[in-house]
Design a protein around this ligand. Structure first.
Ligand SMILES: Cc1cc2nc3c(=O)[nH]c(=O)nc-3n(C[C@H](O)[C@H](O)[C@H](O)COP(=O)(O)OP(=O)(O)OC[C@H]3O[C@@H](n4cnc5c(N)ncnc54)[C@H](O)[C@@H]3O)c2cc1C
Length: 399
């Protein structure tokens, strides 16, 4: 086997598909295995910050997204009890300040744009309905097994990239043991999509709304050129994860009465949004410890598999996209030595990803403050000039 064998990728989420395109762009062949039988219309909205859009632009994906995207003019921070404005973080000069736009897209639209681009590339072979079940490596390459059509099959390549999400099988094999198991954070995201035509005009405005409450917060913004509104309610709860072994466990419908009750003391505008959602999907949030290195020889992790990211900075997909760019840059510099390339990739990315992971965890605590601490947060926000709040994003969006 030569080192110009294909890269094998486990997982066709945002991270796996982006790294497939990034590797193909530098001339590498890719075999991508995705567990799902088809790329379904899963999930809901994603905010893509400039650090992600810059990479998507280089890969030729951004343009095809722009017709469906909505670029929010600002993030509006609001108090849960009365809907009062606490602060605004301007985003309308994202292109000139950070070198790329800040957009909201439907996850399905992003996946479709990535899949279309990947399927049009002869260097990329995507196999759906294929679950990676194991791998071995030696100094010449990797061999993987996957389950397809009820049978176990084999494939081989120069290296394996585990882009298989927060409950990554690749990671569990690389770092066995209880200490690295995914753990429920005590936070669950409830999400729904509402037709904008049924809502007051204000909900269609190109604004990302973020409401703070006690142990909960609410996010909503328009998608698909303002035709639909993405709503996510994040709550701390006592869910115990009876279904965590089910691969689709997060895609289950929740009992909306729980949510109606949980938000009953919020301002009328917030309650009207919660009430308008007839179907709410529950997405329990899992975390894993931060890792110092994401590689073992010719096997590396990418995206949530490497650094599960709580959604409080809207950076999980963005960081997976940054990983993809860094990995292909490292491979381009070390075409004949995949193990060295992966090790350079991990060294280039681990510190920043960990910093953002920790910042996202901390941000969640700030969003969910109650009592006096919430009052102090709100006063501080009101006194902060909007330019200063925007400046705080520079280290994330400029990269
Ligand atoms: C409520 C919520 C809101 C969010 N909002 C934002 C946001 O606004 N902006 C942002 O940047 N991020 C956001 N995120 C985070 C973002 O969704 C994730 O970080 C991102 O999807 C991670 O991508 P990934 O490709 O690493 O993993 P995943 O999206 O989890 O993809 C992993 C893929 O691997 C497949 N797979 C798993 N196991 C195997 C196997 N053994 N063999 C083959 N395939 C396998 C899965 O089917 C899946 O397709 C949000 C997350 C949540 C929960």
């Amino acid at each position: 086997m030569t080192s110009r064998e294909p890269f094998v990728i486990a997982g066709g989420g945002v991270g796996g598909l982006t790294v497939a395109l990034a590797l193909a762009q530098i001339g590498r062949r890719v075999l991508l295995f995705e567990r799902a039988p088809a790329f379904r219309e899963v999930g809901a909205g994603l905010q893509l910050s400039p650090n992600a859009c810059r990479v998507l632009r280089r890969l030729g994906v951004l343009d095809s997204l722009m017709d469906l995207a909505v670029a929010p003019r600002f993030v509006r921070l609001r108090r849960n009890s009365d809907g009062a404005d606490l602060a605004r973080v301007p985003l309308d000069d994202a292109e000139s300040r950070w070198g790329a736009p800040y957009i909201g897209v439907h996850r399905a639209d992003l996946l479709a744009a990535l899949v279309d681009r990947a399927r049009a590339n002869d260097l990329i072979e995507i196999t759906n309905d294929s679950t990676l079940t194991g791998f071995i490596q030696d100094e010449r390459g990797v061999a993987v097994t996957f389950r397809f059509d009820g049978e176990f099959r084999r494939a081989s390549g120069a290296a394996l990239i585990g882009a298989d999400g927060v409950r990554s099988m690749v990671r569990s094999r690389m770092f066995p043991g209880e200490a690295d198991k995914p753990v429920y954070t005590g936070h669950t995201a409830w999400r729904t999509i509402l037709p904008a035509a049924k809502l007051p005009d204000a909900f269609r405005a190109p604004v990302a709304n973020l409401w703070f409450g006690d142990r909960a917060h609410l996010v909503h913004y328009p998608l698909r050129a303002g035709s639909i509104v993405n709503v996510v309610a994040l709550v701390e709860d006592a869910w115990r994860g009876e279904t965590e072994n089910d691969p689709d466990f997060w895609d289950t419908e929740g009992d909306r009465r729980f949510l109606l009750n949980r938000f009953k003391d919020w301002a009328g505008e917030a309650r009207s949004l919660i009430g308008a959602g007839e179907t709410w999907m529950r997405w329990p949030l899992f975390d894993r410890p931060s890792l110092d290195a994401w590689t073992r020889g010719r096997v590396a992790l990418l995206g949530d598999a490497a650094h599960p990211m709580l959604p409080y900075l809207a950076q999980g997909a963005a960081q997976a996209i940054e990983d993809a760019a860094a990995l292909s840059a490292a491979v381009a510099e070390n075409q004949d030595d995949p193990a060295a390339a992966l090790s350079f990739y991990s060294a280039a990315r681990a510190f920043r990803a960990r910093k953002i992971q920790e910042a996202a965890r901390a941000q969640g605590e700030i969003y969910h403050l109650g009592g006096v601490k919430a009052f102090m947060r709100d006063v501080a926000l009101r006194l902060s000039p909007s330019g200063m709040l925007r400046g705080r994003q520079d280290w994330i969006y400029s990269a």
